[in-house]
Design a protein around this ligand. Structure first.
Ligand SMILES: Cc1cc2nc3c(=O)[nH]c(=O)nc-3n(C[C@H](O)[C@H](O)[C@H](O)COP(=O)(O)OP(=O)(O)OC[C@H]3O[C@@H](n4cnc5c(N)ncnc54)[C@H](O)[C@@H]3O)c2cc1C
Length: 389
């Protein structure tokens, strides 16, 4: 089956995360000459976009699924973007072949698991990364991956603790009652479920190693790319990859040697002008989506493409319910912590939601929840005062 019908430029975007979905929305928002407005197909294996930096809040029950994982159908309903729920099986780009002037060319074809074949003129690779769980002894056996909505939903509401400043050297089952450890969680689990023991080595001088006991271990360290296995096994690899399997790109985000293919987000490898590989973060993917959309517009309209420059806007980290730390790199010395940091982080994330409509819905929902929580705290404080007096 082929998806594109008319001879307008055909843009196929693989992956509907921070890179892919935001590129599609950027393309939709740009002004196009009527005969050049591309037909955009967005392919994702899931039916929902996932705002991954808020997966922890889903576990703690602070946010609802619809808020951080809206469906693509809902998000794209008032756009001309066509959503296809399917899994990418094979990439066969043909934009690296030499062409004669005037010779028409497609960018290549993509095979999907369902058997569907998509022929495109322009391709955006934004398939993110997968959890790499086989990192230390015991991690593949005992730890649970924590990168997708499904991972989070399996875990439901758990008491989670983050351990910073340590290296995990091994995970094992508690074998005897002699395993002296401090308890990480106070969950009640069934008697068949054995406790796990984590050996932690200090990452900094001056700290002591620790042995911890836990019911569940969520593994968020390390990731791997699936791009190597999406290249045809019967032909030499044509997509240039780095040692981690990420796609090597030019500064314009075009894949090296592939002028009609762009790669962004976790599955792409781009170095900053100092030669440092850009981190695999939502911040990078989000900014690259903006550039990829613009550069696609420029390429289709025969305009010069822009080099991508990453702007580090700062760091944000949740530290538990109603607690977070944020530092803004553009205001020196600005760090917000505690409930204020938490509120600021949520505000930033609300503004980063994919569409205006979703931003408004989430904003109202979070504001209402905060107001109800504050009212409950005031009520509790008043009733404590009354009972103690
Ligand atoms: C738990 C967690 C917390 C994080 N916290 C932060 C944070 O606080 N700050 C920050 O900046 N970054 C954070 N990140 C990293 C950030 O989420 C990623 O860097 C970002 O999502 C990368 O965007 P992307 O578009 O490359 O990939 P993704 O957003 O992962 O999107 C990839 C998309 O491709 C789809 N896909 C994958 N394979 C296929 C296939 N074969 N066929 C079809 N579709 C496919 C997936 O379903 C997904 O929708 C966190 C990540 C996790 C997992």
């Amino acid at each position: 089956m082929l998806f594109f019908l008319f001879q307008r430029p055909r843009v196929c975007i693989l992956g509907g995360g921070f890179g892919g979905l935001y590129t599609a929305l950027r393309l939709e928002s740009l002004e196009w000459p009527s005969d050049r407005k591309p037909q955009v197909v967005l392919v994702d294996q899931s039916d929902r976009f996932v705002f991954k930096p808020m997966l922890y809040e889903l576990l703690s029950g602070e946010v609802d699924v619809w808020e951080i994982a809206p469906s693509f159908t809902e998000l794209l309903k008032s756009t001309s973007i066509q959503f296809v729920r399917d899994s990418v099986k094979l990439l066969r780009p043909s934009d690296h072949f030499r062409r004669e002037p005037g010779e028409s060319c497609t960018g290549g074809i993509v095979h999907l698991e369902s058997g569907t074949v998509i022929e495109y003129d322009w391709l955006v690779l934004a398939l993110g990364s997968e959890a790499k769980i086989d990192v230390v002894p015991g991690s593949a056996e005992y730890a649970l991956p924590f990168t997708t909505l499904e991972d989070a939903l399996v875990l439901e509401s758990r008491n989670i603790q983050l351990f910073l400043g340590y290296l995990v050297s091994c995970i094992r089952e508690a074998s005897t009652s002699n395993d002296s450890s401090s308890t990480v969680t106070d969950l009640e689990v069934d008697s068949d479920h054995k406790k796990l023991i984590l050996d932690l080595q200090p990452a900094e001088r001056g700290r002591q190693g620790q042995i911890l006991e836990a019911d569940f271990v969520l593994w968020t360290v390390g990731s791997t790319s699936q791009i190597p296995r999406l290249q045809p096994p019967d032909a030499p690899y044509v997509i240039p990859l780095n040692g981690r399997g990420q796609v090597e790109t030019e500064e314009t985000l075009q894949v090296k040697g592939h002028p009609r293919t762009f790669a962004i987000g976790d599955s792409a490898a781009l170095r900053d002008p100092s030669g440092k590989l850009l981190p695999a973060t939502a911040q990078v993917a989000f900014q690259q989506a903006d550039f990829a959309g613009w550069n696609l517009w420029a390429a289709i309209n025969d305009r010069p493409l822009l080099p991508f420059r990453f702007q580090n806007l700062g760091e944000m980290m949740t530290l538990g319910r109603n607690d977070a730390a944020i530092t803004a790199s553009f205001i020196e010395g600005l760090t917000l912590e505690g409930p204020l940091g938490h509120a600021a982080r949520k505000l930033v994330y609300c503004l980063r939601m994919p569409t205006d409509e979703h931003r408004v819905k989430v904003g109202i929902s979070w504001f209402t929840k905060t107001a109800i929580d504050s009212l409950a705290s005031v009520q509790n404080a008043v009733s404590d005062m009354l009972t103690s007096s």
